[in-house]
Design a protein around this ligand. Structure first.
Ligand code: PLP
Length: 429
């Protein structure tokens, strides 16, 4: 494939934008080479500025669960834009989206919209601290909750990929209130809860992790986490920015049959526009300004364009909940097909999959936490990424990221992807 125009645009971008990108993982630093500049996309396919076509397995890192340029979303945004893009005043569509989200997600009464998953998680933690009157939080190594200070401590994907598990600029004062635990390690959580008894406001977790590859929690772990939180008066915060409206209409809570106290959303809930949200029972949400004293605000929060995109997206999912099943079946098909190729070519691998999230790790060890995710062979991953790219398959450009399938991907596209792996498999040895 020819990447001439992408290369030229990347050169130009680097002159004016740090590293040439507005979010680090886009820069291909983990895999080498030049990032692809997108021209447009439709359904399952991305088209770059050099005219190459790719089957897309990142779906804008999750939001586009129904594929690119999904017409009901595009039309809703166009119609809304004609009426004005932002007012800094209430509009009816905010309540429409809020009511639909509250209907779809178990165990929440109220929801507050923000502009990103980062804001959602940051605000959820402030609310948890305000509600409980406690300072400390526990997060899991390898989980990513956006780039606010309290979370940039062993933060998965982007941060790990670039060898900066803790970032300069995050103060020791902030870091000391973030305690770390290993994913799937209930004993570790019980110990921390005892050591810091009475001072932990919240435990935040990706209920299915997607920022160290895709990692499923064991039932014992996730149910145990719920029990510890209930027993110790700790709020359980599910960061469902990836999993919300993706793994099921009710997200990971529904899939895993466990309930959290505060939920964070992003990605799918915005239908491809910048939206985040956090939600809980009234008892907790009433502590937020202007009702309560925990401050949180946003000039563009709940703006009509973003709300119309989110509403069109959630309405489609609410009307056709079998989409989640069909997506999971497609992902299982891809898993099986890729697995067969890797086995036949004797390439060490572990494939993890939950619903429409999946990741391929080049190790034979089970991948259940950050330590085991790091065992994957990155040299093989680089060859795999670039090999698949040259065959017309766009995968996440980091071994620590999950694939997000979208429903526009057909079985022919999956066969195409499996055939692509077959044709590059020998180069992975
Ligand atoms: C993407 C992501 C975030 C951050 O969302 P942004 O919209 O990028 O700020 C937070 N948590 C999880 C689990 C995510 O995957």
């Amino acid at each position: 494939m020819n990447y001439q125009r992408s290369s030229a645009l990347f050169e130009a971008a680097q002159q004016y934008i740090p590293g040439g990108v507005n979010s680090p993982v886009r820069a291909f630093k983990a895999v080498g080479g030049t990032p692809i500049f997108v021209s447009h996309a439709k359904g399952a396919y991305l088209y770059d500025v050099d005219g190459n076509r790719y089957v897309d397995f990142i779906s804008s890192w999750g939001p586009l669960i129904l594929g690119h340029a999904y017409e009901p979303v595009i039309n809703a945004v166009i119609e809304k834009a004609k009426l004005g893009t932002s007012f800094g005043m209430p509009t009816a569509i905010e309540t429409e989206l809020a009511a639909l989200a509250v209907k779809m997600v178990p165990g929440i009464d109220k929801i507050r919209f923000v502009n990103s998953g980062t804001e959602a998680c940051m605000s959820a933690i402030r609310l948890a601290r305000g509600f409980t009157g406690k300072d400390k939080i526990i997060k899991f190594k390898g989980c990513y909750h956006g780039h606010s200070d309290a979370f940039l401590i062993q933060a998965g994907s982007g941060a790990v990929t670039f060898g900066a598990p803790s970032s300069p600029g995050v103060t020791k004062g902030t870091a000391k209130d973030t305690l770390l635990a290993d994913y799937n390690d209930l004993k570790g959580i019980c110990q921390l809860a005892q050591e810091h008894k009475g001072s932990i406001a919240a435990i935040i977790i990706e209920p299915v992790a997607g920022n160290m590859g895709c990692i499923s929690p064991s039932q014992a772990f996730i149910q145990g986490l719920r029990s510890v939180c209930t027993k110790e008066g700790i709020l359980l915060v599910f960061d469902e920015v990836m999993t919300g409206f993706r793994l099921a209409a009710g997200g990971a809570q529904e899939l895993l049959d466990v309930s959290a106290d505060i939920l964070c959303f992003g990605k799918v809930i915005g239908g491809g526009l910048p939206v985040g949200a956090f939600a809980a029972k009234t008892e907790i949400m009433s502590h937020l300004a202007p009702e309560g004293a925990v401050y949180q605000a946003g000039t563009l929060s709940g703006n009509p364009l973003a709300m119309s995109a989110g509403l069109a997206m959630l309405q489609a999912l609410d009307l056709e909940p079998q989409i989640f099943k069909s997506l999971a079946e497609k992902t299982a098909y891809l898993h099986k097909g890729m697995e067969a190729v890797l086995v036949r070519h004797k390439i060490p691998h572990t494939i993890n999959r939950v619903g429409s999230m999946m990741s391929v790790h080049f190790t034979n060890e089970a991948v259940t936490d950050f330590t085991s995710a790091a065992l994957g062979d990155n040299e093989t991953f680089k060859k795999y990424f670039h090999g698949m790219l040259s065959e017309g398959v766009y995968l996440p450009p980091s071994a620590y990221e999950s694939y997000f399938l979208n429903d526009a991907i057909s079985y022919e596209d999956l066969d195409f992807t499996i055939a692509a792996l077959e044709s590059i498999a020998d180069s992975l040895k």
